[in-house]
Design a protein around this ligand. Structure first.
Ligand code: HEC
Length: 291
């Protein structure tokens, strides 16, 4: 195989292996980064819902306490306020959702699904601490689920969630006396479940990766081709011509003239050396006249 082809093939092989492993590490990094950003987004949604909860509990509830006694106003309930403000999240941002899932919910719509129940049980038995992040495959693509525990940290919560007799009668009239009671102080009764789609940010990351990776591969190919062509014209072609010259000298064919010397580099020095050698042979050749 010609030297230049061998050189280019080895360069290409090293580049393919090198770039391949760099790209693999890079793509993993991009994926992880995208996931971290999506988790951050989900945590933001959970935090905003928590702010709505505490605003409702500390600001709204006291204002409407007297009215609620006669006519129960769910608007004063933290969970109701959080769920209502986040209800249309998915309409504006498809795939996004917020839920306060409970094992024994006051509102049956908040009952934990079997998957959510596993997460809540893990929070309750201490297997999981403050945050659980998982992914789920759905027909709309992969979804990231971020869950945070809901703990009864305030005695005031138990007014409505301990026994039906302690709860406002107006509330029991609406919600009944079966569900959402029997909770204890410091008990984890449920979890904030935020769902965020992963497909769109992953597609965006893949697009960036392909553009960047494609650009790098293109530049590398152009460089390899350029080096191959330069090598051919600056080294290989002159070396071939010098080989012909050496062959001519070796076979006594001295009529071909000198090798043109351009510039000052290793090849031109070699050419000068060959020319000197050829001149030596020309000088030594007996002329026709002599004969
Ligand atoms: C005045 C009564 C009242 C108080 C006080 C109250 N809740 Fe509730 N809670 C309710 C009602 C009613 C619902 C159902 C709301 C709905 O229709 O979605 C509910 C729903 C919930 C839910 C959603 C799951 C479910 O049971 O449907 C959670 C979680 C929750 N409450 C936690 C708390 C916490 C924590 C506190 C204390 C910070 C608290 N609640 C204080 C009445 C109350």
């Amino acid at each position: 195989m010609a030297l230049n082809t061998k050189f280019s093939l080895v360069t290409l092989l090293v580049l393919v292996l090198g770039l391949g492993s760099v790209f693999a590490v890079f793509w993993n990094g991009i994926r992880e980064n995208t996931k971290t950003q999506v988790v951050q987004e989900a945590r933001l949604i959970a935090a905003e819902a928590t702010f709505v909860r505490s605003y409702t509990f500390t600001e709204i509830r006291p204002l409407l306490a007297s009215q609620s006694r006669n006519h129960f106003l769910p608007h004063t309930i933290p969970a109701f306020a959080a769920a209502t403000t986040q209800r249309d999240l998915g309409k504006t941002f498809p795939g996004y959702s917020y839920k306060e899932a409970a094992l024994n919910p006051t509102n049956p719509a908040n009952r934990a699904t079997p998957e959510e129940k596993i997460i809540i049980d893990n929070f309750r038995n201490g297997t999981a601490q403050d945050l659980v992040i998982s992914t789920r495959e759905t027909p709309q693509g992969p979804m990231l689920i971020v869950a945070r525990p809901i703990k009864i940290a305030n005695q005031d919560c138990l007014v409505c969630h301990s026994t039906p007799s302690a709860a406002p009668a107006s509330m029991v009239d609406i919600y009944g006396s079966e569900n959402g009671f029997g909770w204890n102080l410091n008990e984890i009764i449920g979890a904030q479940i935020v769902t965020v789609p992963l497909q769109v940010p992953l597609d965006r990351a893949r697009e960036t990766f392909i553009k960047l990776g494609g650009g790098i591969v293109l530049i590398v190919m152009i460089v390899v081709l350029l080096v191959h062509l330069l090598n051919n014209s600056l080294v290989i072609t002159p070396v071939r011509a010098l080989t012909d010259l050496a062959n001519d000298v070796g076979t006594g064919n001295l009529g071909g003239g000198e090798f043109p010397v351009k510039g000052r580099n290793e090849i031109s020095e070699l050419a000068m050396a060959f020319n000197r050698m050829r001149r030596h042979f020309v000088g030594a050749e007996p002329t026709k006249k002599d004969g």
